[in-house]
Design a protein around this ligand. Structure first.
Ligand code: HEM
Length: 425
């Protein structure tokens, strides 16, 4: 979930060596708006390139192999934060320090495996399916509000509020009493994406993390902790032998669901609605056969992966086929490229909801650190697509080709997506 270091455009060493300079600047606006031609070229010419002091992997098989191995660690997130974090001169406990010491994304084994064992049950497909009626009620309320004026921006009216309200609903947390809650989450989210954070970003993240810790502390303390069915009570009753989560861990896990889940799910919803409205043949297919819904969401995840890249750092020297990756070297894993690798997906540049293996995409990561909330995000997107585009047939695009947001370089998420209600079916 990291950005590459903010330095000028570079050239891949191996291509330079072959006398074919191929300039690739992952921070350029051109790449950000349309990364796929670059991914395709890297995959064809140099799937394990080196640039800006980092390895860049674009093939499906290589990304799977790195994500499957404990030789490549995500400790890097923590290191980047430490390296760049200004000294606020604030006495301990520093909320950022506390978060990155303890939150699941930053932990290593045995702590990481322990946290996964004690949290997985709150996020299984079965658990999420049992919460469909909560999700449906939130989605329907957002669509009804959006449809009132005849036009709406899907991003602001549906993609943004729905994941936040679902996460809050699962925790029985009333976010309306904290008008800045969504902003706090967004500020804190940057800690998962710290490559380009400025001093003022850190200051905002610092203040927002303090607020989140305070609110979640009060909320978790106020929960009865036994007998109930919300996620906090599920976390509280999870057992592995004699082991259990303590209240501080439950607070952090609750914050983590918002921080890791809201912007990413917002991206998935916007991308899904956009792709289906711009591929009327695929939408017609889905309307004829709604059993394709799950597959359609997988294909959206594959085709426009909300999180385009993640990173690892080698914790030991390792041989990787023909190359040696040295201890301390970073690897940028291009999930968005791997998901369009022709070695894994036939005709990968085609958006095809009937594709048989779209569920093998890597958009939720892979292996021991794969996304904890994948089933939840996919279910939210399924419900939005079903209620907005399958049950209704009166929604059309309104306005010019939308642009991709630029606040984060690794999130593929639309800035806005205007739609009109009331078109003849
Ligand atoms: C479309 C929405 C989502 C996308 C694209 C997404 C993507 C990812 C990816 C790629 C990873 C692995 C990162 C890595 O290996 O470096 C990850 C991990 C994670 N995700 Fe998600 N995610 C989404 C939604 C959610 C939701 C809804 C939640 C929680 C409710 C969540 C919680 C997490 C957590 C806690 C981790 C870290 C897991 C660990 O380190 O063991 N995500 N996500």
């Amino acid at each position: 979930m990291l950005e590459p270091d903010a330095r000028p455009a570079g050239a891949t060493r191996s291509n330079e060596a072959r006398g074919k300079p191929f300039r690739f600047n992952p921070l350029s606006e051109e790449f950000h708006q349309d990364p796929y031609p670059v991914y395709e070229r890297l995959q064809r010419e140099d799937p394990r390139s080196r640039m800006l002091g980092s390895w860049i992997f674009t093939s499906f098989a290589d990304v799977v192999r790195v994500l499957s191995s404990r030789t490549y660690s995500s400790r890097l997130f923590e290191d980047v934060i430490w390296k760049n974090k200004p000294d606020f001169g604030i006495p301990e406990p520093d909320p950022i320090q506390y978060f990155i010491r303890k939150a699941i994304v930053f932990t290593e084994n045995p702590d990481h495996a322990r946290l996964r064992r004690l949290t997985n049950s709150g996020f299984t497909r079965g658990q999420i399916d049992a919460e469909r009626s909560l999700i449906k009620a939130i989605v329907d309320a957002a669509i009804d509000r959006a449809a009132r004026d005849g036009t709406a921006d899907v991003v602001r009216a549906i993609a943004e509020p729905v994941p936040l309200r679902v996460m809050a609903g699962r925790l029985d947390l009333d976010v309306d009493v904290h008008p800045d809650f969504a902003r706090w989450i967004n500020d804190a989210r940057q800690l998962l994406d710290p490559g380009l954070m400025t001093r003022s970003d850190y200051e905002r993240a610092h203040a927002s993390m303090s607020n989140l810790l305070r609110v979640m502390h009060e909320h978790v303390d106020g929960c009865p902790f036994h007998g109930g069915s919300n996620l906090i009570e599920k976390f509280a009753s999870a057992r592995w032998g004699d082991d259990r989560l303590d209240r501080n861990e439950i607070q952090l896990l609750s914050i983590m669901t918002f921080v890791a889940g809201t912007e990413t799910t917002k991206a998935l919803i916007g991308n899904g609605v956009h792709l289906l409205l711009t591929h009327p043949d695929q939408l017609a297919l889905l309307r004829r056969d709604r059993s394709l819904l799950r597959q359609a969401v997988d294909e959206v995840m594959r085709y426009e992966s909300p999180l385009q890249q993640t990173k690892r750092v080698a914790i030991a020297d390792s041989k990787f086929d023909g190359i040696t990756i040295r201890k301390g070297e970073q690897i940028l894993l291009c999930l968005g490229a791997a998901n369009r690798d022709p070695a894994q997906f036939a005709d990968p540049q085609r958006f095809d909801i009937s594709r048989r293996n779209s569920d093998t995409h890597l958009a939720f990561g892979y292996g021991m650190r794969n996304c904890l909330g994948g089933a939840l995000a996919a279910t939210i997107a399924e419900v939005v697509i079903e209620r907005l585009l399958v049950d209704r047939t009166d929604v059309t695009l309104a306005g010019a080709t939308p642009r991709w947001q630029t606040q984060s370089r690794i999130l593929r998420s639309l800035e806005k997506l205007p739609i009109r209600f009331g078109a003849a079916a």
